[in-house]
Design a protein around this ligand. Structure first.
Ligand code: NAP
Length: 249
């Protein structure tokens, strides 16, 4: 059964990793996909082609989610290209710039907050008018277990991801009466290019410490997004779902 037939979905940062995984699973469920990237043009265009071949409408947009005006322009372009309807927004774009607080520069703090958290404000503001008019919509914010628990060496990242959770709950309260839902997903250790940067010994240590004894896949996160995007979750809003193999249990 296709759960998102004909729905229009915006995903930020889908040129690789979790965003790309979500785009593929959603297209398999019949969704039309507008997605962004920051620099990876070739993989983005390859994904656009792959999704289109699945029989849905798909388009890649180069857009910096941290920039308020670019986010607004993006949403206007998506509305033009996708018949004026946006059913789902997934705020997935994110980066890390890890360091101990002692060594963290102001620029590295600001950049992570801008790309991970301010982007969520930018994109949510940009789609809000359309969702209000439609009197429906689902917003999904990609937080992290690090935003729930904290992590040494990631004060900037943890603050951005915890901020997303507060934002999610507030949007759920503000827009619930208009049938607009907003939820967050807190992935644990998902094996993507972001985590490829870590050394193998650290990665194996993480796998060993997870109750399900493996890192998560992009499909694991995409399936949780599918639940929040579809009518299966029509009575769920303001929640944070840990998708972490039991890591925080
Ligand atoms: P990734 O492989 O590094 O991919 C990040 C994506 O975001 C890329 O498509 C990138 O585009 C895009 N991006 C970066 N900066 C952007 C900007 N300013 N504007 C628009 N797009 C931008 O990361 P990932 O592992 O898939 O992570 C995706 C999300 O899940 C992030 O928010 C991350 O914090 C969160 N998360 C990941 C894990 C994990 O274990 N992997 C765990 C918890 C949470 P380009 O390719 O063009 O640079």
């Amino acid at each position: 059964m296709k759960l998102l037939e004909g729905k229009n979905v915006i995903i930020t940062g889908a040129s690789r990793g979790i965003g790309m995984g979500i785009a593929k699973v959603f297209a398999d469920h019949g969704a039309n996909i507008a997605f962004t990237y920051s620099a990876s043009e070739a993989p983005a265009l390859a994904l656009e082609k792959e999704l289109t071949e699945k029989g849905v409408k798909a388009k890649a947009y180069k857009s910096n989610a941290a920039n308020f005006n670019e986010a607004d322009e993006l949403v206007n372009n998506v509305l033009k290209d996708f018949d004026g309807v946006i059913d789902v927004l997934i705020n997935n774009a994110g980066i890390t710039k890890d360091n101990l607080l002692m060594r963290m520069s102001e620029a590295d703090f600001d950049t992570v907050i801008d790309i991970n958290l301010k982007s969520v404000f930018n994109m949510t503001k940009a789609v809000q008018r359309t969702l209000l008019k439609q009197r429906k919509g689902s917003i999904i914010n990609m937080s992290s277990v690090v935003g729930v628990k904290g992590n040494a060496g990631q004060t900037n990242y943890a603050a951005s991801k915890a901020g997303m959770i507060g934002f999610t709950k507030s949007v759920a309260l503000e827009l619930g009466s208009r049938n607009i839902r907003c939820n967050a997903i807190a992935p644990g250790f998902i094996e993507t290019e972001m985590t490829d940067k870590l050394d193998e010994k650290t990665v194996q240590g993480w796998r060993d410490g997870i109750p399900l004894k493996r890192g998560g896949s992009t499909e694991d996160i995409a399936n949780a997004c599918l639940f929040f995007a579809s009518d299966l979750s029509s009575y769920v809003t303001g929640q944070v779902l840990n998708v972490d193999g039991g890591m925080l249990t």
